[in-house]
Design a protein around this ligand. Structure first.
Ligand code: 5GP
Ligand code: MG
Length: 197
């Protein structure tokens, strides 16, 4: 079924009309990354550290295309809400594996200012992995405020707010199989459909 027909089967999400990356484009991009990782890592075991919750769908699709031994470790990170010190993030590493002396790949959904990747990388490096590289699904152009760059990105996208394929707006839309742009009309429709409790 073409992606443009999706709205008819997900009426609750029909406001997301502008598809930026189709299911097929996403799968082609992930396959390309998997091939590159196979070249770069060979048969070396990898510990994937996935930043929850946005990277969940990418993680699931990517690890099934890799043939080296893979361990999966979860890490929760979110920007502080409500005016605390800027540059800090809230983390929860209770679902982390021991990564000391392991080759690690940090996985996130989207690289925006770079704050999340920078702060999480600092935290992981303090756990003394053998090596640390990073992967993001989306690299938003023109937003970077930190010097750290991801080692791998799958798609560059313009500076627009996107949802789907793991990415949320107010905890919804993660299950869209494509990446779509949320424009003002979509945000308005969302707030009408989901008024604050
Ligand atoms: P950074 O720390 O690089 O500024 O932002 C990364 C985090 O911000 C991402 O992990 C994601 O949670 C959130 N984010 C940034 N841009 C977008 C976007 O366009 N859509 C969504 N859903 N989240 C975004
Ligand atoms: Mg996130």
């Amino acid at each position: 079924m073409p992606s443009s027909d999706r709205s008819s089967i997900w009426p609750q999400q029909e406001t997301i009309v502008k598809i930026l990356l189709t299911e097929q484009e996403l799968q082609v991009g992930i396959e390309r990354l998997a091939k590159q990782l196979s070249v770069d890592f060979g048969e070396r075991p990898i510990t994937m550290v996935a930043i929850m919750t946005g990277s969940l769908v990418l993680l699931a699709d990517l690890i099934r295309r890799l043939e080296m031994p893979i361990r999966v470790s979860l890490f929760q990170a979110s920007s502080y809400r409500g005016g605390t010190e800027s540059g800090q993030i809230e983390v929860n590493d209770s679902a982390m594996l021991d990564i000391k002396d392991r080759d690690c790949l940090l996985v996130d959904d989207i690289f925006d200012t770079g704050k999340t990747l920078t702060r999480v990388s600092e935290r992981l490096l303090s756990m003394k992995p053998a090596s640390l590289k990073s992967i993001v699904l989306l690299y938003k152009e023109g937003r970077q405020e930190f010097p750290l760059e991801p080692d791998y990105f799958i798609f560059k996208i313009p500076d627009q707010f996107v949802v789907g394929y793991g990415l949320d707006y107010q905890d919804l839309y993660r299950n869209l199989p494509y990446v779509g742009v949320m424009e003002q009309a979509d945000l308005d429709a969302h707030h009408l459909a989901h008024p604050p409790a």
